[in-house]
Design a protein around this ligand. Structure first.
Ligand code: AMP
Ligand code: ZN
Length: 115
């Protein structure tokens, strides 16, 4: 946990969030400023600053996060239609919150592809 981290505060319940999924290691909640009809942030409860700051042994959480993403897609009924997962990393990647998070976007034909 990091005292100054907004997502750690959400995990602790100090800042309210609209939760979509929670277990002992992972939390998923609705993005406050959605970029698509469905915009969920999936985060590890452990404070990992970014993809670039991951340490040995932390990789397992990534596969678990993708499993959770598929579970959310299944439950919310957009698994077949499709979705996009984005991880912004560091300054050039446009990361604004320094706690690793996966953007899960769905609910429309997503535009503005850069890759
Ligand atoms: P990034 O630019 O990849 O670091 O994404 C940070 C995301 O966190 C943005 O999409 C914000 O809209 C979202 N965000 C910031 N504060 C909150 C909050 N309190 N609850 C939900 N989402 C938030
Ligand atoms: Zn944090």
């Amino acid at each position: 946990m990091n005292e100054n981290c907004i997502f750690c505060k959400i995990i602790k319940g100090e800042i309210p969030s609209n939760k979509v999924y929670e277990d002992d290691e992972i939390l998923a909640f609705k993005d406050i400023n959605p970029a698509a009809p469905i915009h969920v942030l999936v985060i590890p409860k452990k404070h990992i600053k970014s993809l670039a700051k991951m340490e040995d042994g932390e990789g397992k959480i990534i596969s678990k996060i993708y499993k959770v993403i598929n579970e959310i897609a299944e439950k919310q009924g957009f698994k077949e239609k499709g979705y996009r997962v984005i991880v912004n990393c560091g300054k050039d990647g446009g990361q604004e919150v320094g706690h690793l998070h996966f953007h899960l976007l769905a609910g429309k034909q997503l535009g503005e592809k850069i890759v």
